[in-house]
Design a binder for this molecule. Structure first.
Ligand SMILES: *[C@@H]1O[C@H](CO)[C@@H](O)[C@H](O)[C@H]1NC(C)=O
Ligand SMILES: *[C@@H]1O[C@H](CO)[C@@H](O)[C@H](O)[C@H]1NC(C)=O
Length: 395
């Protein structure tokens, strides 16, 4: 197992360095990510078809074909239902609606999660045209079908049951792993939210005062999850967060994610592929059931990338590598499902003041990888904060 994996890692590091040089050449603040992008890059060479691809193969330049594929598209509809259900002082949807820029970007009716009902011929034909994480190009039909058929519980169609909040305002905190959280003492405030999202190397032990203890959702790709266990072990990240109420959000960035998800639901060892032999219960605990797991919709990731994080990287020779970071996907997921969102540990303008992650003992400069565009993400968080759509923790 070891050799090809390290070979791949080296290749990517090389790509990362090259891109870094490219970006510096453009005189941008090319440095940084206080976020868990660290190990996401490894999965990227597994994109079927690999290196010869260009950005076009993601289908990112074909926005119209994507919109065509969407079921029912009256943006106003879902919004008003959501507004009625919310007793927030001012709900996110109404602020978005009134915003000249974001009012045009958000589409609240888009399905965030993928489940059994989405495995139709129409969806298949559409997704077969795009590579991961935006589609199913080159992936085994059988593997995807068997996974999606298992996601047949209504709990697989929503992140949380809105009926549990009859007049409520659902408040969510999304906790990135940025160094800004070291010494922040935001733990209590974070835990006071209805739902807390965490991702990748989310170290809690020893940092309770700064990051809280509650975890409602943990988001990852199999690649970032397993690499976090390796890379952040020395900081105490020895186990994926587990608890009875915790739900896992799989990001479908590779066939590995579908294959692992299937085994996780069945509570059996992984039968094939890269993670063959893994016992998912080692990661997600003893409870194996469809209810425990969610899968981000490929169309949702496509939509987010097109509308919110359409990086210039897409137009370079590294376009095939690009995807929003795990943190970005979780934050945007919350923004499409909660009534109020606060972001902690995400990149801010003054990221240079802080270490890469909140748990490093010695300050470490932020690491910039080829497959994410952290500066574009930073701009987006800043704009959403300024527009009053979410609260970005800054200091
Ligand atoms: C979901 O699929 C499983 C396995 O095929 C089956 O046992 C179960 O009854 C199905 N549940 C629903 C709600 O259809
Ligand atoms: C985190 O904060 C502590 C206390 O404020 C400080 O001593 C330490 O150097 C900080 N760690 C990093 C990596 O900046």
């Amino acid at each position: 197992m070891g050799a090809p994996r390290w070979a791949r890692l080296c290749l990517l590091l090389l790509a990362a360095v090259t891109l870094w040089v490219l970006l510096c050449g453009h005189d941008r603040d090319a440095q940084a990510s206080p976020k868990p992008s660290l190990l996401q890059q490894e999965s990227l060479p597994l994109v079927p078809g690999g290196m010869s691809r260009n950005a076009g193969s993601h289908g990112l330049s074909r926005e119209s074909s994507m919109d065509r594929g969407k079921p029912s598209s009256e943006p106003g509809k879902a919004k008003s239902t959501k507004e009625q259900a919310s007793s927030c002082p001012q709900s996110l949807t109404s602020i978005v609606k009134a915003d000249p820029r974001f009012g045009k970007l958000f589409r609240f009716h888009i399905p965030v999660l993928m489940w059994a009902r989405h495995f139709t011929q129409e969806t298949r034909d559409r997704l077969k045209e795009r590579s991961v994480p935006y589609g199913w190009q080159g992936l085994s039909d059988t593997a995807i079908a068997s996974t999606l058929h298992l996601l047949n519980d209504s709990a697989n169609s929503w992140l949380f049951d809105k009926a549990r909040f009859p007049e409520g305002c659902v408040r969510c905190a999304v906790v990135g792993n940025g160094g800004i959280l070291n010494g922040s003492r935001q733990g209590k405030e974070i835990d006071a939210h209805d739902f807390v999202f965490r991702l990748n190397g989310a170290v809690i032990k020893g940092f309770e005062d700064d990051v809280g203890t509650k975890t409602s959702f943990y988001g990852f790709t199999v690649n970032t999850m397993k690499n976090s266990l390796i890379a952040y072990r020395e900081y105490g990240f020895t186990q994926i967060p587990q608890s009875k109420d915790l739900r896992y959000i799989f990001i479908p960035s590779d066939i590995r994610d579908y294959v692992m998800l299937k085994s996780a639901i069945l509570g059996s060892r992984v039968q094939e592929g890269y993670d063959k032999g893994d016992d998912p219960r080692m990661y997600f605990g003893p409870e194996a059931s469809a209810k425990k797991f969610k899968l981000l919709h490929s169309d949702f990731i496509h939509y987010l990338t097109l509308r919110f994080l359409r990086s210039e990287i897409i137009n370079t020779q590294y376009g095939y590598l690009y995807m929003p970071s795990t943190g970005a996907l979780m934050l945007l997921t919350a923004l499409h499902t909660c009534d109020q969102v606060s972001a902690y540990g995400f990149i801010t303008d003054n990221y240079r003041k802080f270490s890469d992650h909140y748990y490093e003992r010695k300050k470490k400069p932020l690491v910039f990888y080829a497959n994410h565009d952290m500066l574009l993400e930073a701009e987006l968080w800043k704009s959403l904060h300024r527009a009053g759509i979410m609260k970005l923790y800054q200091r």
